[in-house]
Design a protein around this ligand. Structure first.
Ligand SMILES: O=C(O)C(=O)C[C@]1(C(=O)O)C=C[C@@H](O)C=C1
Length: 359
């Protein structure tokens, strides 16, 4: 940089340095206050993470934000601030579908912040097991993709395990075609998780119909393989490309440019109302005409909006389908509580998976 420019920037940079010292002082004061909160919680054996409180802190700041910082930046900054404060109270851990470099890992740290300890798992089953057994405090699991629909393994495990949904996070999913050289010279196959192959199938058919498509356990695993074998290309996102030092042959190859995956944060705690919440549940009804319509009537009667309705074959002799229903509102809110009581009295099977702050 030339002298004249540096001279012009110098007073501004000095101002930034002074502001940073002020912010640091305030952040440490905040951290000491959170430690104090932590001591009180310890006395009553209360959980350190309070998802509803963290959602309220971020929403309140977004409302007060005069700019120019965008709302998303406010949310990202305070997620990290609270992650660091929370970990002074107690370092929590989050299990996710690994290896390192997966979208699940990215979602986990975006949600809980970088101060949490990550526990990569080999499967979604293992994430649920780790949370249920207390080997991890929290988990992050994919719930649905805007192109591919529900992640059925997650739905099944929500039914059969005791874990609670404590939060949700939607992440844009951008897939890139990656190799170690940045070209397709000598490449004979493209590997990825089956969902990623499905999300890029039109692009692959149009652009590289001769590449053999091969499924592997995760995109990050495909990236790892591509990093050691020049005949393999991987479909994966930015984190995996960085992790395995791969070059992009083509960027953003997902067929749907708005491709998004919604993740559930799971844990063993109940969340209190935050002011803007969702409740997830599973229902089953006997197989007779009008049963599903009747099952849902209490929602309309209590003015409760449904945001998701998904069915899954039951694979038990008793009923044919389980219905996964998400609604607006917290289970402790009077209208929701009244709708849930009516649903429970009518349904052949009823399980609330949790209430949690809406993303
Ligand atoms: O308010 C609390 O309960 C705190 O522990 C403080 C704090 C924060 O840093 O603001 C930290 C962790 C909780 O998840 C919620 C908020």
């Amino acid at each position: 940089m030339d002298e004249a420019l540096l001279k012009q920037l110098q007073p501004l940079r000095e101002r930034i340095d002074a502001i940073d010292v002020e912010i640091l002082g305030l952040l440490n004061e905040r951290a000491r206050t959170a430690q104090h909160v932590g001591e009180i919680k310890k006395d009553v054996n209360g959980p350190v993470l309070r998802p509803e409180r963290e959602a309220q802190v971020i929403r309140r700041l977004q409302q007060h934000n005069p700019g120019p910082l965008p709302a998303l930046a406010v949310s990202a900054i305070w997620t990290e601030v609270m992650s660091a404060c929370r970990c002074l109270e107690k370092q929590g851990s989050v299990a996710y579908l690994g290896p390192q470099g997966t979208f699940s890992e990215h979602a986990a740290f975006s949600h809980f912040g970088q101060s949490v300890q990550g526990i990569p798992c080999a499967s979604i089953d293992e994430v649920f097991r780790a949370v249920e057994a207390g080997r991890a405090d929290f988990g992050m699991v994919p719930a649905e993709n805007s192109t591919e629909g529900a992640v059925s393994r997650t739905l099944d495990l929500l039914l059969t395990t005791s874990v609670r949904i404590i939060g949700e996070r939607a992440m844009p999913i951008r897939h890139h075609l990656l190799t170690s050289s940045g070209t397709l010279d000598g490449v004979t196959s493209v590997r990825a998780h089956p969902q990623a192959l499905a999300q890029c199938q039109d692009w692959l058919t149009q652009n590289h119909p001769h590449l053999a498509r091969e499924s592997v356990a995760s995109n990050a695993e495909a990236a790892r393989q591509a990093s050691i074998d020049p005949t393999i290309a991987a479909i994966a996102g930015e984190p995996a490309a960085l992790m395995w030092q791969l070059q992009s042959v083509a960027a953003d190859i997902q067929d749907d440019p708005h491709n998004r995956t919604r993740f559930y944060a799971i844990g063993r705690l109940e969340t209190w109302p935050s002011g803007s919440d969702k409740t997830s549940m599973i229902l089953a009804v006997p197989n007779r005409a009008g049963a599903v319509y009747q099952m849902l009537a209490p929602l309309a009667e209590n003015g409760v909006s449904m945001t998701r309705f998904e069915s899954r074959p039951a694979r038990t002799a008793e009923w044919e389908y389980f219905f996964y229903v998400d609604i607006e509102g917290h289970q402790l809110a009077p209208q929701v509580a009244s709708a849930l009581a009516a649903l429970k009295s009518q349904a052949a099977f009823f399980k609330v998976l949790g209430s949690y702050p809406a993303a």
